[in-house]
Design a protein around this ligand. Structure first.
Ligand SMILES: C[S@@+](CC[C@H](N)C(=O)[O-])C[C@H]1O[C@@H](n2cnc3c(N)ncnc32)[C@H](O)[C@@H]1O
Length: 363
């Protein structure tokens, strides 16, 4: 065949193929069922999948691991907890092993085997670090914990899945899933007892940032009309800080708003609305509510992110839920209500605070 007849032949074939594929495309799109089968809709990530990816990205970063390792209160708490509670011969799952540091503590405590699970790429460093530190009885599992399986249940689930607001690192679903599948009936979750606080508080005068409409005299300039533009989004009203210097004092005696024992909790037993009262014992300006957590292993072994605890673990943040300012006297009563759609997502939290003085009530 000459070159020109070869060219003509290939043009003819390509035209026929194009025409046939266009007919096929029309036929496929002609029926919704055929169309869905051949052109499945793009998969949209669920909120849980999106969170999982954020978590993987965040903890693959060495600086995230550095901040945790540099938190001496956190490290001392876990080192002591493992020394007290892990017994020689225990089989242990370290959920979210990160650099493998807690798995190493457990191994050195005499654990028979530690299954160190992590879904972030940091686990590659963990394997190397363990080898270099002479840690031998740890199996590193590069997988999300819900996809981790064992033939026999373990004695201990060790974890550090503690978010700034306790529940925002999926601690409850992740631990409950492993507990229900892979922990012996009398097994231990370390740590298992948590408290979440939400305390009415006063900020230091030089650190207070009032709402813009509360600024009625900035060198003679009045912003009070800005209240008409009060934002409604929770992100504006809830601020996050790691700086304990901002909170001056609590207005009442702190008490946990929610208590959790991971041995017994399920996601559905967490209340979606909590109401509590506080009597003012320390007068001052009510600037908002400060949310922080405590984890308890024994009465004398507690990890705290309270901004007013000199022993606080510094890398955890706390959340300030802003309120319109009011001046409170000793004896005044506050009623706080927190409503949440999802404890893991602080953007879904809404709060109100009623104040009863001697005679008046504001909301
Ligand atoms: C707060 S860090 C703790 C790291 C380490 N245990 C420590 O104490 O230094 C949490 C770790 O858990 C991992 N992680 C979070 N959820 C996980 C899950 N469901 N399955 C596996 N790894 C998870 C993260 O990648 C991260 O490395």
């Amino acid at each position: 065949m000459s070159l020109s007849s070869l060219q003509r032949f290939s043009i003819l074939v390509s035209r026929r193929v194009r025409r046939a594929s266009s007919h096929l495309g029309q036929w496929l799109r002609g029926s919704p069922r055929r169309k869905a089968w051949f052109y499945p809709p793009a998969k949209v990530a669920t909120p849980a999948e999106k969170y999982r990816q954020t978590n993987v990205d965040y903890f693959s970063d060495l600086h995230a691991q550095e901040r945790m390792l540099a938190d001496q209160q956190r490290m001392a708490f876990y080192h002591e907890a493992i020394s007290r509670k892990i017994k020689p011969g225990d089989r242990v799952i370290d959920l979210g092993t990160g650099t493998g540091i807690l798995a190493a503590f457990a191994s050195r405590q005499g654990a028979a085997r530690v299954y160190a699970v992590d879904h972030s790429s940091i686990i590659e460093h963990a394997k190397q670090l363990a080898a270099e530190n002479g840690i031998e009885n740890v199996d590193f599992e590069d997988v999300h914990s819900t996809k981790f399986y064992l033939d026999e249940p373990v004695d201990v689930i060790l974890h550090e899945q503690i978010g700034d607001f306790l529940f925002d690192e999926a601690m409850v679903p992740n631990v409950c899933d492993l507990r229900d599948r892979l922990l012996k009936p009398d097994g231990l979750i370390l740590p298992s007892q948590f408290e979440l606080f939400c305390e009415p508080m006063t900020l230091h005068d030089d650190r207070r940032v009032p709402y813009i409409w509360e600024l009625t005299d900035v060198h003679g300039f009045d912003f009070s009309s800005m209240e008409r533009s009060r934002p409604q989004d929770a992100e504006y009203h809830g601020l996050v800080s790691c700086d304990p210097g901002v909170v001056k004092h609590f207005l009442g005696e702190p008490a946990p708003m929610v208590k959790v024992d991971l041995h017994t909790i399920t996601e559905s037993t967490l209340p979606l609305q909590v109401t509590f009262t506080r009597k003012v014992t320390n007068a001052g300006l009510l600037d908002g509510l400060v949310v922080f957590m405590k984890a308890k292993v024994d009465d004398d072994l507690v990890l705290s992110s309270s901004p007013l605890d000199p022993e606080r673990a510094p890398h955890w943040g706390f959340r300030i839920l802003r309120l319109d300012q009011s001046d409170l006297e000793i004896g005044d009563e506050l009623e706080v209500t927190l409503t949440v759609k999802d404890w893991a997502d602080p953007e879904t939290w809404r709060w109100t605070c009623g104040v009863w003085g001697c005679e008046d009530f504001t909301d």
